[in-house]
Ligand binder design. Structure first.
Ligand code: SRM
Ligand code: SF4
Length: 572
């Protein structure tokens, strides 16, 4: 395989130097952890800690008050687990739940990349949390940092047989691309940090790891719930037409991503482009080759332009493909034709082709906690105590209780209803919406997202109903800044935080995650958002063709132009 073969340019930026000096992700984390004078880590360790899965944060709601009282910010940590394909067992869930209750303020947050994270962990509890999840064979290595992140995989409630094969590849890719350093084990599990350095190596990553984060998703048509085109590397499973349960191979995509910077036209979201088709036994070699190409060709001098999408844009897709083929020792075959029909979750009970049942629960913005009258965490705990299948976190921050035998359906459904986990009558607009974490924990947030979207949706639902669109699915996604954590640039309506109560409004996603949207209004507050949508919904209700989606209508009607090549058309 493709071990470190090309010399990486010597590090020059503070970020790169810090990685290089960290002795394979050790830094002075051990010292930072035991420094009782502050709740924070040393800045260099804060950066290295991300590779171990945690971010230092402070509660932004409390900043001003603490500053006035001459106190340091209320530092705590967010810890994100690695959970390929979002699958965990009921026993693992019981531990996830216990740690959330005991060490993370009674909360568990399901993310847009099919894993869970905890917020509000004091520095002194980080080790207990990591050891706790380790007891049920979970880890947070590569949850964040300049390495491969959690590998997403379509949860496939209705295609049980194919899911087994595809999920297996997602897990294998995740394992294959894990950092090899012992630092994680030493620091968190063995309790003893040995020197590291000369005796250790990272055959795939090298001492400076990747220029930037790296993301992979595996999709199974016709569902694009992983938003495969938003990933650095995407695999689209191709089933054998003669036997749909058999996996033929994958179409491979590279160079997708969401993050932009307001006002900086050199940054843009980008859809991943087609590299071609490979057989299953070529998957690991291709994943490694794409990763090492980015390792060697990615921009290490400027983190804003360091993602693979900029590398592909700079090299051109054909040259990038040729480099990957040469490193992997393969030739891509032409991609198979595919069609995606949707990008969200399918709620309620679905029967899998293995005869078992799967229940998708709507978890508003992935926030799990016990609320008055809706004890969500308690309800899931009760389900985990009796459930015999598995749980699958979806790329839409929801949860599937998967693999339920027919005789247990009623029991699981009763528990879900009793605890407010299953609620009837939610609109398609609400069920298709998603918001990122944003305030108060995210340091990048310019505006609210998950704390605000539910109320805004109530008002948008009323507008839609007023135009006879109550049953029309329209994908709405909100983020507190243009980093794009809820993939807002793939929504039919994207709301991207610009200031404390203002958003850019983007229109024109296609409802299946294969088209970017485009800015329609800039920096507008709620009244103008609602007035604008009211007008657009009116035009849509009057002018749509049968089955035409809102995102398609706004392009056909000339309300926004279609983005063909994001590098030049996204901002103009
Ligand atoms: Fe994200 C940074 C939360 C999915 C693009 N993201 C952050 C940070 C860590 C803020 C920070 O830099 O300090 C946020 C932590 C907030 C908090 O308090 O928890 C954060 N991102 C999230 C999550 C939790 C949002 C959610 O509501 O679920 C998602 C965790 C996913 C996971 O489990 O790994 C999350 N982030 C995404 C996605 C969606 C995806 O990957 O499919 C994207 C867009 C895709 C992409 O990467 O291009 C995304 N996050 C970013 C970026 C922009 C990267 C870029 O290329 O410009 C940043 C900022 C950065 O990396 O510098 C960022
Ligand atoms: Fe934070 Fe911005 Fe990501 Fe939202 S999109 S979680 S505000 S970084």
């Amino acid at each position: 395989m493709n071990a470190l073969s090309t010399p990486i340019a010597p590090p020059t930026t503070p970020h790169e130097l810090n990685k290089a000096r960290s002795r394979f992700l050790r830094g002075t984390l051990a010292e930072s952890l035991t420094d009782e004078l502050t709740g924070a880590m040393a800045p260099e360790d804060d950066q290295i800690g991300k590779f171990h899965g945690f971010y230092q944060q402070d509660n932004r709601d409390l900043r001003a008050d603490r500053r006035e009282r001459l106190l340091e910010p209320e530092y705590s940590f967010m810890l994100r687990a690695r959970l390929p394909g979002g699958v965990c067992t009921p026993a693992q869930w019981l531990t996830i739940d216990r740690i959330g209750r005991e060490l993370a303020q009674g909360r568990v947050r399901l993310t847009t990349r099919q894993t869970f994270q905890y917020h509000g962990i004091p520095k002194g509890d980080l080790r207990s949390v990591i050891q706790g999840i380790h007891q049920v064979l979970l880890d947070s290595l590569g949850g964040c940092g300049d390495v491969n992140r959690n590998v997403m995989c379509n949860p496939n409630p209705d295609q049980s047989a194919l899911h087994g094969a595809v999920y297996d590849w997602a897990r294998r890719i995740s394992e294959h691309l894990l950092p090899r350093t012992r630092a994680y084990h030493e620091l968190w599990l063995d309790g003893e940090c040995v020197a590291g350095g000369e005796e250790e190596s990272e055959p795939m990553y090298g001492a400076t790891y990747l220029p930037r984060k790296f993301k992979i998703a595996v999709a199974v048509p016709p569902h694009n719930d992983v938003d495969v085109y938003a990933n650095d590397l995407g695999f689209i499973a191709i089933a054998d037409p003669a036997d749909p349960a058999r996996l033929l191979g994958f179409n491979v995509l590279a160079g997708g991503g969401m993050g932009t910077t307001h006002g900086d036209k050199s940054t843009f979201p980008r859809l991943a482009g087609d590299l071609g088709f490979v057989a299953p036994d070529q998957v690991l070699a291709v994943a490694e080759a794409v990763l090492t190409t980015q390792r060697d060709f990615g921009n290490r001098g400027d983190r804003i332009h360091a993602r693979l999408k900029y590398t592909v844009e700079r090299m051109g897709l054909a040259a990038f493909r040729a480099e990957v083929e040469s490193r992997a020792g393969i030739s891509f075959a032409p991609p198979h034709p595919i069609r995606f029909t949707d990008q969200g979750d399918r709620y309620g009970w679905v029967r899998g082709n293995d005869g078992r049942w799967h229940l998708t629960l709507y978890i508003e913005n992935g926030r799990l906690r016990d609320l008055p009258g809706r004890a969500l965490l308690t309800g899931l705990r009760a389900i985990a105590e009796v459930h015999q299948g598995d749980f699958r976190i979806t790329p839409h921050q929801n949860l599937i209780v998967a693999g339920v035998p027919a005789r247990q359906k009623r029991r699981i459904e009763t528990l879900a209803r009793e605890h407010g986990l299953l609620v009837d009558g939610l609109s398609p607009i609400r069920l298709g919406a998603m918001a990122c974490v944003a305030l108060p924990t995210c340091p990048q947030a310019m505006a609210e997202a998950e704390r605000y979207l539910p109320d805004l949706l109530t008002r948008i639902e009323a507008l839609a109903a007023g135009h006879g669109l109550a049953e029309q699915p329209i994908v709405i996604r909100m983020t507190g800044c243009p980093n794009g954590c809820a993939r807002p640039f793939l929504a039919e309506i994207g709301l991207v935080g610009k200031g404390p109560r203002t958003y850019n409004l983007l229109l024109g996603g296609d409802g299946s995650g294969t088209r970017l949207n485009k800015r329609y209004r800039e920096n507008i507050a709620e009244a103008e958002i609602l007035e604008t949508l009211d007008g657009l919904f009116g035009r849509y209700a009057q002018g749509r063709t049968p089955h035409e989606r809102f995102g398609d209508f706004v392009i056909r009607a000339g309300i926004v132009r279609r983005v063909e090549h994001a590098a030049s058309d996204f901002h103009d």
